[in-house]
Design a protein around this ligand. Structure first.
Ligand SMILES: [Zn+2]
Ligand SMILES: [Zn+2]
Length: 253
């Protein structure tokens, strides 16, 4: 028998070599060689633009210039959302968006790790301190089972899984999409809301969580565009008994 440390080292090296074979060992943006398990080099990672103040306190839309006090953008000040606020980690950037698209549409699952790690940066927002303290569960925005079957995974769930590892918050699949909805991209806001009405229901895992701790939940999605999908999800969670719902996304679309 080999001493335990040598055995562990052997398996670590074996895992690392195997991961090098499975995952591309170069940066997804600049092509720089990397060790296994990362999709971005430090330079590209640091270069991707993070969301920083000033931004709309509701939807995270960034604004140029200097605004000291909290504010809602002209769009959000007219609307009433079921969530407290949405906090994207990143501002819109073609490189970040491309990584999200490659995760979703080219099934490049290894990108979920870095996208999830970027999403964790949203927790630097002091408004999420309570959620961390009270251990609100992460709830991925669900896909309809037919779309999930086609894609083989739900990107929001993969991102949530990484966030859970980094924050120690539980991930709970508290929602399911009970009817398939049209693609939202070409719809107006009113059409989107109509399209989404009643699209989500609470799962038994969600019900159990409410029984244990109904204080709050954190919805997780890849990109926030109009916010109508997360709003409908938040409405479903609130109706089922969660008292507060915050939203985090990788990027503001
Ligand atoms: Zn790079
Ligand atoms: Zn806004």
């Amino acid at each position: 028998m080999l001493p335990r440390e040598i055995q562990t080292r052997f398996w670590q090296q074996w895992l690392s070599r195997t991961l090098d074979l499975i995952y591309p060992s170069h940066c997804e943006i600049c092509g720089e060689n990397l060790s296994a398990g990362r999709a971005l080099c430090n330079v590209c990672d640091a270069d991707l633009p993070r969301l920083s103040k000033p931004f709309c306190e509701k939807c995270g839309e960034p604004f140029p210039g200097k605004i000291e006090e909290d504010f809602a953008c002209p769009n959000c000040s007219k609307l009433k959302f079921s969530f407290e606020f949405c906090r994207p980690a990143m501002v819109r950037d073609d490189r970040t968006l491309e990584m999200i698209h490659r995760l979703k549409y080219s099934r490049e699952l290894h990108l979920a790790e870095d996208l999830g790690r970027l999403a964790v940066e949203a927790f630097s927002d002091p408004r999420l301190a309570l959620a961390l303290k009270e251990k609100w569960p992460l709830v991925p925005v669900p896909l309809h089972w037919r779309r999930r079957q086609h894609r083989h995974f739900n990107q929001a769930e993969e991102i949530s899984r990484v966030i859970a590892q980094h924050t120690d918050l539980p991930m709970i699949k508290a929602l399911k999409r009970s009817h398939a909805t049209e693609h939202q991209t070409r719809l107006t806001r009113v059409q989107r809301l109509e399209n989404l009405r009643g699209a989500f229901t609470i799962t038994s895992a969600g019900q159990r969580q409410i029984g244990k701790s109904p204080v709050g939940a954190i919805l997780v999605d890849d990109v926030l565009t109009t916010g109508s999908t997360v709003d409908e999800c938040a409405k479903t969670l609130r109706r089922a008994g969660f008292q507060k719902v915050a939203v985090i996304t990788v990027m503001r679309g």
